[in-house]
Ligand binder design. Sequence first.
Ligand code: SF4
Ligand code: SF4
Length: 450
Amino acid sequence: MNIKTLQNISNKKLFKVFAFWAACLSHLIPSFGKSKKYKNFLKTLYSVSSQKCIIRSNPISVRIAPINICNYECLFCEIHKDNLLFPDRPLNSIGLDTIKKYESFLSTTYKLYFCGGSAEPLLDKDFGKIVEYLKSRYNTKMGVNTNASALTKSLADIFVDNEFDSILASYHAGTSNGYEKLMGGNIKIVDENLKYLKERRQRSSKRKPQVQLNFALHKANADEYPFIIDKAKQLGAGEVILSRYYGGRNKLQDEQIAFDYDVKSGNELLDKIYKYAEDKGVKLIPTKPFYWVEKQQQWEPESFDACAKCILPWTNLYFDPVLDDKNCHYVGVCTRIKLFKIDYSKVDFSTQENFDLLWNHPVLQYLRSTVNSEKNINPVCKYCKNHTKEVLRNIDQNLYSRIRDNAVEEFFGQFRKNFTYNEAEGIEVLRDNPYSDQKFREKLSKLQEK
Ligand code: SF4
Ligand code: SF4
């Protein structure tokens, strides 16, 4: 069951009863080894249904950025901004020792996903060891978002032998020229790597890892779709994830390549892509076209879905890159707001007691108590549930960023007004968005003055 399904069923009337019995059943499941994650999953159902602020379950979905660098410079990626502002950034390549420090919650999580920011997870030198360790001890379900250029034969062998679960390969062009132009890499290397993985899987009669190709559609790669779909078949990718390109601080930001600017052409293209994939027998996700719709282009702060329920503060934990400090991660439960900066050379979350200092920290209690409140919803969740937000993102990036950054600052202001907390070694509660637009501009103008 994924988070989205859980989120949907958590709204159903019978869910509370189901979750209560799940919590009772969890007492019968042993608290060690590979069964720990099932016990935790049942406890999480109860946490989600009760919506308590202090909970006894651990996150069921964890995301970790294992490194801060990438070997590519895709035009649509924010890596150019990172390279400009943080040219000498620390690698923050986590080792098996860090994984062991995170063991209290990694041993209970249902799914661990490696990705984060503008970085290539497979460049982490301990990646294979981490997979072997977590699979052998806890059979953790794992996935990675990669450009697959560093998917060496030895890593592919580890993935197949340990039944690593899923690989999402960034594949935003299918021709050599298109790939080189957009992603700056050599598609032949990537294709060879994925071909080896497919053959190795077949030789071992294994179904895993399952491979998906990630294709974020925009005007600059619109002609690439037949090649991407053909390659999916050849390379043994079960599905192509067809997503929408969202703007950002990248090399294409001035080119208006998002189809939000041209809804009609975007939707006609979607029809062609789905027809082609059907003819070729390739599965697209989503299975039906997710059409663009002409929306109002005004920011309306009060236009938010007060009934939309979010369960992420009870289920998710993200460890995102810190680019200006070594041995650190920003930590939050979603992509909208980073709550903490933690120094993983100082914290030790190998024990549940220590991990609870983070997972049941007053800032998370504040988030849990306000995320689904109709009257007292916190500023960030109110912004997140706004109907006009996503369109604004593509048509006015500056305004979008400013509104988001203000909401984050207001969140921390309200938290500090209403809660007190004790400082804990290695855990810092943030005050604002560490990558806010304002900080970006200030740093940029300082660089330009030099
Ligand atoms: S491969 Fe991914 S992380 Fe690397 S530059 Fe491209 S989009 Fe960014
Ligand atoms: S900002 Fe709030 S509503 Fe949005 S995903 Fe995060 S926790 Fe959920």
